[in-house]
Design a protein around this ligand. Structure first.
Ligand code: SF4
Length: 337
């Protein structure tokens, strides 16, 4: 007797409770699930967003017993964030374009591995920009996945999808959860005995107000590359002129990180004979800008007197020393991004 092969599905898997439950509901119907997690420049740099061994996403996939793949969204994602067709949410979060971008990547993998449909933990009405009915339809149509995206937590609130019509999953075992409340999901997790899941926190920096301000500034004045995006996550940023930005470390670790992310031609500053922050200057400058930068650095040293600030052009120009007094707080705050 020939054994019938199992239907395969891919899941857009964040490792959060909703995606865990969505996978569980479909797995329990005998479908083989492969969990896909997206990585972009804007994922928060914490364990829950890394595909590394021991991260909570990996652990969640391991507990479910599903195969896990991490997908790097690459440089084209940056271009999408800069010019989203459907605009931004409250911050620089282009959620509709982002989901279309991600689902296009999912479709590619789906075809490569012969998966029949896509599972997501999306809940109708949970997120204002990308999870209302019109947006969800728009996203799946634009990604070329019309009818192929199954949202087990809210499926009964939508017309039956292809996996339901084909009998790959039983609609009776799907749910009708909607809105922002988490209670039904938490109750369901208890029923399944699922206890190890991360709290729902924004894993995406594009929804962060402060990060968005820095990113907008970079889009307006800076050079967009991976190092400059990484730098937005570190230190204090000062827009000194349209053409010059100063990034000041807040501790030893950040001082080192800033240096690691420097590029040829950047300016490097650090206080001499005193402990204090290192700083990186990026862009075109003149003597005034150089002095102003040194004064900002002096502001973060421990002394309230003239400070010597070492200055050089990276990687290896001659080192110079500037003698400056700290800039008043009110003036430096005006330049803070
Ligand atoms: S919150 Fe971030 S990752 Fe999520 S859809 Fe919006 S832009 Fe994409």
């Amino acid at each position: 007797m020939v054994k019938e092969s199992k239907i395969k599905a891919v899941a857009a898997f964040s490792g959060g409770l909703d995606s865990i439950l969505a996978v569980k509901i479909v797995m329990d119907q005998g479908v083989d699930v492969i969990a896909l997690n997206f990585k972009s420049f804007f994922c928060r740099d914490d364990k829950s967003n890394k595909g590394s061994a021991g991260s909570s996403i990996n652990r969640a996939a391991g507990h479910l017993g599903v195969e896990f793949k991490s997908i790097d969204l690459g440089n084209d994602y940056l271009e999408m964030v800069r010019n989203p067709k459907y605009g931004y949410g409250k911050n620089v979060n282009p959620c509709i374009d982002c989901r279309i971008f991600e689902f296009k990547a999912v479709k590619k993998i789906m075809n490569e591995i012969g998966a029949a449909f896509v599972i997501t933990g999306e809940v109708l009405g949970q997120r204002p920009m990308s999870q209302h009915r019109r947006a969800l339809y728009l996203i799946e149509k634009a990604a070329g996945l019309e009818g192929f995206i199954l949202r087990p937590l809210s499926a009964k609130l939508f017309s039956p999808t292809i996996p339901e019509k084909k009998g790959w999953v039983n609609r009776d075992n799907l749910l009708d959860i909607s809105g922002r409340t988490r209670k039904p999901q938490i109750d369901l997790a208890k029923q399944y005995g699922i206890i190890d899941y991360p709290a729902p926190a924004g894993g995406c920096l594009l929804t962060d107000k402060y990060f968005s301000t820095r990113l907008r500034d970079l889009f307006k004045f800076g050079k967009i590359n991976s190092k400059n995006i990484e730098l937005l996550k570190v230190g204090r940023h000062f827009r000194i002129s349209d053409q010059f930005k100063l990034i000041v470390g807040r501790d030893e670790q950040e001082n080192q990180r800033i240096l690691n992310l420097s590029e040829k031609g950047d300016l490097f500053f650090e206080p001499l004979e005193l402990s204090g922050p290192s700083a990186l200057g990026k862009g075109n400058y003149d003597e005034n800008i150089k002095e102003l930068s040194a004064k900002i650095i002096a502001r973060y040293t421990s002394l309230n007197k003239q400070v010597k600030v070492l200055f050089k052009i990276l990687p290896e120009s001659k080192e110079l020393v500037l003698n400056v007094f700290a800039l008043e707080d009110t003036k430096s705050k005006k330049m803070l991004i």
